[in-house]
Write a protein that binds this ligand. Structure first.
Ligand code: FES
Ligand SMILES: [Fe+2]
Length: 332
């Protein structure tokens, strides 16, 4: 039994839109290996500027495209015998053959590039997206400063990271905030969690509000609407690397302000606060156990609601572990 199977009673993989990279990290004509979902993909940007993501193993004699392959036009050329494959995974050229075999094809995935991020739609069957990539509400990139990027690899299941946003008492116990007041709503397949709380810093009490919008099993964003003179947004991408580790990318955006330097002051404080709470969480996350049927009390909030929402994205094709979906404990 593998390590993750011992810790978690749910599938390590699920279906949906997942961020693979930031746009700035993939130049025109570049090919990169992506390690996610227990496998590797070849991600590339063609001469036309569009991104493709295809399976990494050549159907000819098994070379990995991402190990010495290159981009030619809008296709990936295998390093071994120079067969080329387009974004849909179809072989488009064999330099020494007049005929392309029907089976000369690999998986090609739906890709969207938005807000400076590259997303792919992942399902175990490789089928087309069941829904479009969600739009981030009230976000106009032109009104925001250049974003900052944070990239972590953590020994945890993505559901546990998502669960953190509805786990009210941990904000008090772990991060030293006041006990948050919560509003929790389910909205057309997504979850909204609004928190009102305060924290004592620098000899004063700072009130703040966090608006979490959980839109995909691998993506949510947090809006900080009540910062004096500005507002901030954090995009949070949670993508399984393998059965044990998860990639967590955060993109931090702060709105431009008319007062020179103010957005920079707010940015530095929020990033300091965010990294502090992240380090506090990480120690617990990487060492905790997963209880499919936790003992909960009436102050614990909406943990089981979150788990039921998450279970909706588990793909039966990922394996028999999905028969053991989380059930309600009677609370939350
Ligand atoms: S193994 Fe890829 S072209 Fe031969
Ligand atoms: Fe936390």
């Amino acid at each position: 039994m593998d390590a993750q199977a011992r810790r978690y009673d749910i599938s390590p993989y699920y279906e949906g839109w997942f961020q693979l990279a930031w746009s700035r990290d993939l130049k025109r004509g570049q090919l990169k290996k992506v390690r996610q979902f227990g496998t590797t993909f070849a991600m590339f940007r063609g001469d036309d500027g569009k991104v493709g993501v295809i399976d990494d193993i050549c159907p000819h004699l098994g070379a990995h495209f991402s190990e010495g392959g290159c981009v030619r036009g809008n296709a990936v050329r295998c390093p071994y015998h120079h067969w080329s494959f387009g974004r849909d995974g179809q072989c488009v050229d064999i330099p020494y053959s007049k005929k392309i075999p029907v089976k000369a094809k690999v998986g090609g995935y739906a890709v969207e590039e938005r807000y400076g991020m590259i997303f792919m739609y992942r399902s175990a069957s490789g089928g087309p997206p069941k829904r479009p990539l969600p739009v981030i509400e009230n976000f106009d990139p032109a009104q925001y400063c250049e974003p900052e990027h944070f990239d972590f690899s953590i020994r945890i299941h993505g559901q546990d990271i998502m669960e953190n946003s509805v786990d009210g008492p941990h904000f008090w116990a772990v991060h030293g905030h006041s006990m948050p007041r919560f509003e929790f709503t389910e909205d057309a397949g997504s979850l909204r969690v609004n928190q009102q709380m305060s924290v004592d810093r620098f000899g004063t009490t700072i009130d703040f509000r966090l608006e979490f919008h959980l839109v995909e099993p691998g993506f949510h964003y947090v809006h900080f609407p009540k910062i004096p003179g500005t507002t901030a947004m954090v995009f949070s991408s949670i993508v399984p690397i393998d059965e044990e580790y998860t990639s967590h990318r955060m993109t931090f955006c702060i709105k431009k302000t008319p007062v020179p330097g103010w957005s920079n002051v707010v940015r530095r404080f929020l990033i300091w606060q965010m990294m502090k709470t992240y380090r506090e969480d990480m120690r617990i996350w990487e060492n905790k156990e997963y209880h499919a049927h936790p003992v909960l009390c009436d102050g614990d909030g909406s943990i089981m609601k979150l788990r039921r929402w998450f279970a909706g994205f588990l793909d039966p094709a990922d394996g028999p572990k999905l028969a053991r979906l989380p059930i309600s404990s009677g609370l939350g």
